[in-house]
Ligand binder design. Structure first.
Ligand code: ADP
Ligand code: ZN
Length: 218
């Protein structure tokens, strides 16, 4: 199964993709992670992309395309993959077409207020990047990462005004891509946010179960 997952910041996209992947037996390919690893490695390529990544600007298409083509040519992609963070421009989508067929697009729809609520309570591990939430997914020890013991902090871009702007940017970016895939006849599975009876977010595993059901049903 070759899947592209779309969702606004705070939609749970990375969390769902990382749990979905082992259940489908395919790798979760996070473009952001790959680019950050490249920067960390100190390679020439890493140096050329570090200013984009650190300022949150899109890395030029030809660079990202080259990196992704290399990743997709690795053996573990033989049975498929879940692409998270790619494509983000039409040019990337056109390039991807030349590299691989896409079977499904998963499109996560989450109301703006829910995103603002979630992200403004988000905490990130300084050391390993693990993500927590003050309300829904607190660490066992306050301010400390369960996985690596690193310190947790709130990202500057997780402030409400900045979150609203990020949502706006995301919508502008995703709309033409979704239209492209719909027109191309790729099955787009739309997922709409649904809280539990108490109005709380349902667990990631529940969402992943629903996504798998939808994939099998289509
Ligand atoms: P964010 O959701 O904050 O953009 P990501 O982890 O998805 O976080 O990406 C981190 C950074 O990596 C982005 O800000 C951008 O610089 C770069 N990046 C990720 N995916 C792409 C892509 N498909 N095209 C260009 N740049 C990308
Ligand atoms: Zn950590």
């Amino acid at each position: 199964m070759r899947i592209v997952i779309f969702g606004p910041p705070g939609s749970g996209k990375g969390t769902y993709a990382s749990r979905l992947a082992p259940r489908l037996g395919v790798p979760h390919i996070s473009t952001g992670d790959i680019l950050r690893d490249e920067v960390k490695s100190g390679s020439e390529l890493g140096k050329s992309i570090s200013s984009y990544v650190s300022s949150g600007k899109l890395v030029p298409d030809e660079v990202v395309n080259r990196v992704m083509e290399k990743r997709l040519s690795q053996e573990d992609c033989g049975r498929g993959f879940i692409l998270d963070g790619y494509p983000r421009t039409l040019q990337q989508a056109y390039f991807l077409e030349g590299v691989s067929k896409i079977d499904f697009v998963i499109n996560l729809n989450v109301p703006d207020e829910v995103i603002v609520r979630r992200l403004s309570s988000r905490l990130v591990c300084r050391k390993c990047g693990a993500i927590y939430n003050k309300i829904t997914l607190p660490p066992k020890v306050d301010g400390v990462c369960d996985k690596c013991g690193g310190g947790l902090y709130q990202r500057d871009d997780d402030k409400p005004e900045v979150i609203r702007e990020r949502i706006r940017v995301y919508k502008n970016e995703a709309a033409p891509l979704l239209e492209h895939y719909r027109k191309a006849g790729v099955t787009v599975i739309d997922f709409f946010y649904e809280p539990d009876e108490a109005g709380r977010d349902v667990s990631p595993d529940t969402v992943v179960d629903r996504i798998i059901k939808a994939l099998k049903g289509s």
